[in-house]
Structures are given as C-alpha cells and as structure tokens.
Write a protein that binds this ligand. Structure first.
Ligand code: TEU
Ligand code: CA
Length: 558
C-alpha cells in the first residue's frame, strides 16, 4: 500500500445533491429535505457512502444558497431543522454519511453581520468584511468579479466600497480578522456536534487576499483579473491549519476543498498526507480544457474537449499526487455542464455507452470519486434558446456584460456557449419517472425539466439491467471490494494514442489494466489481446480482438 494509510474517505464514493433540483415532497415546485429523506433508499441502492449536500442554510437565493444569511438555520423552502435532524438520522441508519457545504469565503448581504457592518464605519462588525476607499473616484482595484462586473460595490451609507468576489449580494468575509475566524470555527463545531460527517469547502482557496490589493491584468478591455490576488493567498495555509487544529482534527470527518486556481504544488499543501489541512481538493484543470478557445470571455466556449489535453492533465494529477496527497475525481457538479454531453456523446445511439465509458475512466483512477445527481442516469445538457429561459446568475451576468453592454459576442453565440457549458445544465430537476414533471414535483417545477425525461429517468433505469445506473452501482461495488482500485499506484499507458485513454493500477503484485475508447468509431487496441485475467467491468458484453468498439471501456485484473 506504499504511501497510503487506510481511511474511510479514501474508500468512499460521494454523491452530490443539489437540493433545489433533487426531489420536491410538498408540491411547491422546489426540492427539499423531506424529498431527500424519501430518496435515501435509492442512494443506498446505488451504493454510495457519502452524500454531499449543496447549501441548505437560510438564504435569499441570489446564488441558490451559496449566499447564506444564517448558518444555523435551514432555508425556508427546504424545510426545518427537525426535517434536517430526521434526514441525518435516517441517513446514518442506512449507513450513509452527510457532508455539508461550507460557504465561508462570503456571506449573504442579508446576514446580520453584514447588515451591522455596513451600518457605520465604527460598528463592531465593520471589520468582518473588506471595506476600502475608492481610488480616483473609482473602485479600489480594477478586479472583475467571478460573475462579471466589478468585484467592488460602493455603499453610500458609509462612502466606502466592499469586496465581493461573486455577486454583490455575496460580500467577502475578512479572514484577517480573528473574530471572523473564530465565529466560523464555532459554527463548524456546532454542526459537527450535531453529527454531520464532513465539509465540502466552497472556494476555500480564496480566503486570504493579497494585502497589496494591486490592479489585475486586463485581457478583455473591461476589467482586471482578480484570481492571482485572491486565490492561494499568503495566509491561506495558516488559516486552514488553524481551522484544522480548532475544529477538523477533533472529529472523524472528511473534508474536501473547492480550490479555484489550485496547482499541483498547492494541492500538495492543502491535501497533504500529514493531515494538517484538508483531506483532498477539487481542481478545475480537466474541466477547463475548452475555456481557452475563447480567452476573452473567460470560461465561455463550446469545443469538444481534446483527449490529448485532457489526458495530459489527468495523468499529471494522478502521478504527481502519488504518495504526497490524496485526490478527488469528478466530471460533474452543480457548476458544470452534464458530463455525457460535454465529454461523451449524448446522441441516442451513444449516450448510454459513452456515459459508462466516462464512468469507467474516472472510477478506476486513484482518488475519491464524486457522482453528481443524475449523472448515474446519464442525464444530458439542455438547449437554451433565450436568456429568459436561464436562471443562473453567472450566465445572466455574463450575457448582460458581453452581449448587451459591450456587444462582444452575438446573442446566438452566447446562448450556444451557455447551452454547452452553463451551470443551468446541471440544475434541471432530477428525472425520476416518465410522469408529469418527471416525477420531480406535483406542482410547477421552479426550473425547466429536460424534455428528454420520458426516455431518461430513474424508474426506466431501475427496470433495465443494462442501464447507466446499474453500471455505476457495479463500479461503486468494485471499489469497495478491490483495494487495488483505491490504493493501487497509477501508471499511464498509450500516452500518445489518438483515441484511447489507458492506464494501469498496481498493488501487491496485481495489475489492473483500464482502457477507454474516446471515439465514436472502432479503433485498434491490443492491450487486452494477451491478458488472461478477470474482466472486472466493461460496457460491452462481447469484444473484438485487436480493437475497441465505439466508446468501449474495459478493466481487466491480472
Ligand atoms: O464556485 C466557485 C468557483 O470557483 C466558481 O467560479 C466556479 O468556477 C464557477 O461556478 C464555474 O462556472 C463555488 C460554488 O461551487 C458555486 O456554485 C458558487 O456560485 C460560488 O462558489 C460562490 O459561492
Ligand atoms: Ca418543496
């Protein structure tokens, strides 16, 4: 087992729930906690170990719960604290753990701390947030918020600007202030004492800002790049080590940091094997290979990801973290388009087989895998024909800035980008059955149901032994049964192949060979020709000597 100590969170598979879109129990059109509780047996059947809940705290929903106005209360539409306690104890009875989203880079502007902070310059909460004077009648720096527009908002009451990396209703907390840090640690302790099983930490790499507050490089002629000055800042590791000492180390919980701009060297600090900070982090490199096609518009692009680029990135993370830090594995989350649409092929002919190929590729790698709701059904992207059909504040703000204000891209082009990579793709309701509204709600759903729900839904998947669902179930079971999948070392194969992504895992004299055909055609492959081992899994029942069939994936243990 070389350098890896055993840990339950290394052996676990995590399932992410975006509660608003998961299941509605009371017909108001909005997913809720009781809806989750009702579907726990479904998740148990899938076989996952841990549920990560996107935020369920009190929130005015400017960014669907990532703007929290009370950390110790439940969002009204989602239910009550009693509903939460019931969900948690029911989950624990079924052997499922619950990990909470921790959003502490910022709060809502409706949080009591911010209401006090903005009321006067000498309020005791003033220093809970980042206030600065303007520069030459303009904002303190030229930074663009992650969600378009300036990252600073002028507040007339006190004549200063406050920093918001995200929307102006998400003011950044001032982590330089010890009182802020202790208030957050107290809140975390409160949740841990309730018995939760860990935290997914939202933009945790952004807590420590560059104290010089310099202007950023301007690439699109409008605003400057904020990222170098807020991500991986000078005190970030000190803060996380303090959080670890004061809270995390006291509980048997798992932690995963969402770390914008993380490099491998930084990841080795955040997720170091010494356990002084977090268990693992999410990096973005492999989901951003298409962003570079439109550098001016940041993340907005729609090219099909290039296998060579993607493979180089994933292999680099696999090999370089080995022995130093634990990794996380994901294609999908609530901020990403649907994996089968982006990386696979969502045409009726190849949707199922390519979804299984992607799952094989990811789940046989080293690290803790994350499954996003609906991924186990092979749910697909939407097509948005007008900005009025969109809900996501990131999409809407970008549209306003690039299409309407600066006329840098046509509405049609921008909608094409949004349909390809926009976050709303992940946020359409989960498709439970072929009934009205896909069985998500008996009322009017808060957001459009993908019209393909009659074919793609959980009920149909559960009735079909060859469904994507049962394939995920098998992958998860294999991970639980085979140490090599969890702890084996990773070794790339066929690194120059045009179409095949292949690698080996090795442990205690055993070798697991994995190969995935990334193309919609048959391609030559001789990796399995002379292997007389046990086939752990494949998305084809029959194979053809010397080739991989379209999107074929195989894992063979010798
Ligand atoms: O996302 C942080 C983040 O880095 C985003 O800019 C992300 O890259 C973007 O959403 C991709 O399109 C986290 C949450 O996951 C996201 O849902 C929140 O909106 C954001 O923080 C603010 O809390
Ligand atoms: Ca509801």
């Amino acid at each position: 087992m070389a350098n890896d100590k055993r840990a339950w969170w290394k052996e676990a598979v995590v399932y992410q729930i975006y509660p608003r879109s998961f299941a509605d129990s009371n017909g108001d059109g909005i997913g809720d906690l009781n809806g989750i509780t009702e579907h726990l047996p479904y998740l148990q059947k899938l076989g996952v170990d841990v549920i990560w809940l996107s935020p369920i705290y009190k929130s005015p929903n400017d960014d669907n719960g990532y703007d929290i106005s009370d950390y110790r209360d439940i969002m009204t539409e989602f239910g009550t604290m009693d509903d939460f306690d019931r969900m948690l104890s029911r989950a624990h009875k079924l052997g499922l753990k619950i990990v909470m989203d921790l959003v502490v880079n910022h709060t809502s502007d409706e949080h009591l701390w911010f209401i006090a902070s903005r009321s006067s310059r000498d309020n005791e909460y003033r220093d809970y947030y980042i206030w600065k004077d303007g520069k030459d009648g303009k904002a303190p720096t030229n930074w663009q918020s992650f969600f378009s527009g300036s990252a600073w908002e002028y507040d007339r009451t006190t004549g200063q600007y406050y920093l918001h990396c995200f929307t102006k209703k998400q003011p950044d907390l001032n982590w330089e202030n010890e009182k802020v840090r202790n208030a957050v640690y107290d809140m975390m302790t409160w949740w841990c004492e309730k018995g939760i099983d860990g935290f997914r930490m939202d933009v945790i790499s952004a807590l420590s800002k560059d104290p010089a507050y310099p202007d950023g490089e301007v690439t699109d002629g409008i605003y400057g790049n904020i990222r170098p000055y807020v991500c991986n800042g000078p005190r970030i590791h000190e803060f996380l080590q303090e959080m670890n000492k004061k809270v995390l180390s006291k509980y048997d919980i798992m932690t995963v940091g969402e770390t914008a701009e993380v490099t491998i060297d930084e990841a080795k600090k955040y997720a170091n094997n010494d356990g002084s900070e977090l268990n693992m982090v999410f990096h973005f490199e492999h989901v951003e290979t298409d962003a570079t096609t439109r550098p001016i518009l940041g993340k907005w692009g729609y090219d099909h990801p290039d296998l060579k680029k993607l493979r180089a990135i994933l292999n680099k993370w696999q090999t370089e973290l080995e022995g130093a830090a634990w990794g996380s594995l994901y294609w999908d989350n609530h901020d990403q388009p649907r994996a089968v649409s982006k990386f696979g092929n969502d045409s009726p002919k190849y949707r199922v087989v390519s979804a299984k190929m992607l799952a094989t590729l990811l789940h046989m790698m080293k690290g803790t895998p994350y499954v996003y709701q609906g991924e186990e059904l092979g749910m697909t992207n939407m097509t948005f024909g007008s900005i009025d059909e969109c809900d996501d504040v990131e999409e809407i703000n970008a549209y306003r800035q690039y299409v309407e204000e600066h006329k840098m891209i046509s509405p049609e082009e921008m909608l094409k980008c949004i349909s390809a990579v926009g976050r709303d793709n992940a946020r359409t309701p989960v498709q439970w059955n072929a009934d009205k509204n896909a069985g998500f709600t008996t009322g009017t759903p808060w957001f459009t149901v993908n019209p393909n729900y009659k074919e793609i839904n959980a009920e149909a998947a559960l009735a079909d032994p060859d469904s994507v669902f049962y394939y995920y179930q098998k992958l998860i079971r294999l991970r639980h049964e085979n140490d090599i999948i969890v702890y084996g070392t990773f070794h790339p194969l066929l690194e120059d192949d045009e179409n095949i992504y292949a690698y080996e895992r090795r442990l205690d004299g055993k070798v697991l060979t994995v190969a995935c055909n990334w193309a919609d055609k048959e391609v030559p492959c001789c990796l399995f020709d002379d292997l007389s081992g046990e086939e752990l899994i494949s998305n084809y029942k029959e194979h053809k000597h010397g080739t991989l069939l379209p999107y074929e994936a195989r894992a063979v243990l010798v």
